[in-house]
Design a protein around this ligand. Structure first.
Ligand code: BES
Ligand code: MN
Ligand code: ZN
Length: 498
């Protein structure tokens, strides 16, 4: 994607499309006011006739307006004047883009960035613009046969700025938005692919391919016998019943010499049947999304390599299939983790933590500056926070605050959650060092506490993304979250945010 910034008027740029906004009660945004003046009152007339409205989400596409150089003008409703925040801004850009998704638009100039948006500077306005256009144009049709609708041939995004002095910030925002958008797209693709395609070996191939031709990025794949030598009895107990071989994917990006790396660990259960503690049938297809943690950390790696961030980042993905079989793990089996701690597997459906604990122990060798694991870990998290926010756990208040702040500024929002001994006690086992489930109360918290038993001495956080990684229903599909949150965290750590 190419970018330009411009201070010229909306009516003066000969692009395929300009996006402008109107508020409720007929108040015109900056771009709309200019288009209205240049076209001798066209917008106001359409507001009078009801064809254009300021109601949030309403969109009108106007082609070949007299006095306007752009081929089409998209007028999007912005709601109450004065009330625009980043969420509303993103919704408006997405709605405008969707309205022209079937057209042959090659350039878009977004003039909504001239509106006052609370807590948003030119950097974030440009970034949100690019991220939202990418999001709105995303399609997953690689599994459909026959002729496919051609994608919109967009190659240039223009960012309207109020003054020349904002150009550098806006350009940087656009570049970062482009990187994040690529990461989100990859994470969505991996999430949406069915489990008969997206196997642990497939994820390993994608990780290998990302590294090929990039001198700063390397990928190593460990197979089951190597994991056995390392003592990963907990991870291997999950894959016991599966035919597809498990993989441990290890990626290393060196953008900053010998600094300690940030390590991202992603749950990669490419299908979760529950194992012998079999899940009910209804909606089980959605357990193809149980590798969205892995998809998000691999997607984030794609984003930061595209942005060439000056930071060291490692990605570790335990990738397995959780299947029932004659040789599958039974409820009550006791396994030994790489840390030496033993685990009574009371429920084979609580498998995410069993693979993550060994991946966390493996990651100690990198002496992480911080380690963040990302997992579609518990249905309980969806009960607690719904589909809006991911859960943020940490053994360090400073790190938890830092991630919470990143979640807010990236609009990929989370919520800080508690841990502590009272919850951890729920994991007591009569027969092993711990059980893998903590009873009915606080299921997302006890899952975090389980992981906490493997992260002593590390600066660690855990994101439970079960509610945010994909949408169900008519709009079923992966969201690519939390690639924006993780990218924001790394942009901030790399010191490249304006
Ligand atoms: N992958 C699931 C968590 C999940 C369930 C995510 C539904 C999104 C929607 C995880 O492996 C799991 O099955 N967790 C169990 C844990 C329980 C057995 C303690 C759950 O949440 O029911
Ligand atoms: Mn499960
Ligand atoms: Zn699972």
């Amino acid at each position: 994607m190419k970018y330009f910034t411009t201070t010229s008027k909306a009516s003066r740029r000969a692009v395929d499309c300009v996006i402008v906004g109107v508020y409720k009660r007929g108040k015109l945004g900056v771009g709309a006011a200019d288009i209205d003046a240049a076209s001798k009152g066209h917008i106001r007339n359409l507001i009078k006739s009801g064809d254009v409205s300021g109601a949030a989400g309403r969109v009108a596409v106007l082609a070949a307006l007299p006095g306007v150089k752009a081929a089409r003008v998209v007028v999007v409703g912005l709601g109450k004047s004065g009330g625009l925040d980043a969420i509303a801004f993103r919704k408006a850009v997405a709605a405008a883009t969707r309205a022209i998704a079937d057209t042959k638009t090659r350039q878009i100039l977004n003039c909504l960035s001239l509106e006052p948006v609370s807590n948003c500077d030119p950097y974030y306005l440009a970034r949100h613009t690019v991220e939202c256009i990418g999001d709105a144009l995303y399609r997953f049709d690689q599994m459909k046969s026959g002729r496919k609708k051609p994608a919109m041939p967009l190659h240039t995004i223009g960012l309207a700025i109020a003054k020349r002095g904002d150009a550098a910030k806006a350009t940087r925002g656009a570049e970062h938005g482009d990187g994040i958008s690529a990461g989100v797209s990859l994470a969505k693709d991996l999430g949406n692919l069915p489990a008969n395609v997206c196997t642990p070996s497939y994820l390993a191939r994608v990780a290998k391919k990302l590294a090929s031709g990039n001198g700063k990025l390397s990928t190593r794949i460990l197979n089951e016998s190597e994991m056995k030598k390392l003592g990963m009895g907990s991870l291997l107990s999950v894959t016991a019943g599966a035919v597809e071989p498990a993989k441990l994917i290890v990626m290393q990006y060196k953008g900053a010499g010998s600094d300690k790396p940030v390590v991202l660990v992603g749950k990669g259960v490419t299908f979760d049947t529950g194992g012998i503690s079999l899940k009910p049938g209804a909606g089980m297809d959605e357990m193809k999304y149980d590798m969205c943690g892995a998809a998000s950390v691999i997607g984030t790696m794609a984003a930061i390599t595209k942005m060439k961030l000056p930071i060291n980042v490692n990605v570790v993905v335990p990738a397995v299939v959780n299947m029932p079989a004659g040789n599958a793990t039974n409820p009550g089996d006791i396994v030994k983790s790489m840390s030496g701690q033993t685990i009574e597997v009371l429920n084979t459906d609580a498998e995410g933590r069993l693979i993550l604990c060994d991946a966390l122990t493996y990651s100690r060798r990198f002496k992480p500056a911080a380690i963040i694991d990302v997992a579609t870990l518990t249905g309980a998290c969806v009960v607690a926070l719904g589909n809006h926010r991911c859960a943020i756990y940490s053994n360090d208040d400073g790190l938890q605050d830092e991630i919470f702040a990143s979640s807010k500024s990236s609009e990929d929002i989370g919520w800080p959650m508690p841990m502590g001994d009272q919850y951890a006690l729920q994991l007591k086992s009569n027969f092993a060092d711990m059980a893998n489930i903590g009873g009915p109360g606080g299921g997302s918290v006890t899952a975090a506490c389980f992981l906490g038993k493997f992260t002593d001495g590390m600066n660690w956080a855990h994101l439970d993304i079960a509610g945010v990684a994909w949408r169900s229903g008519a709009q079923k599909g992966a969201t690519g979250r939390p690639v924006p949150l993780l990218s924001e965290f790394l942009l901030s750590r790399a010191g490249v945010l304006p």
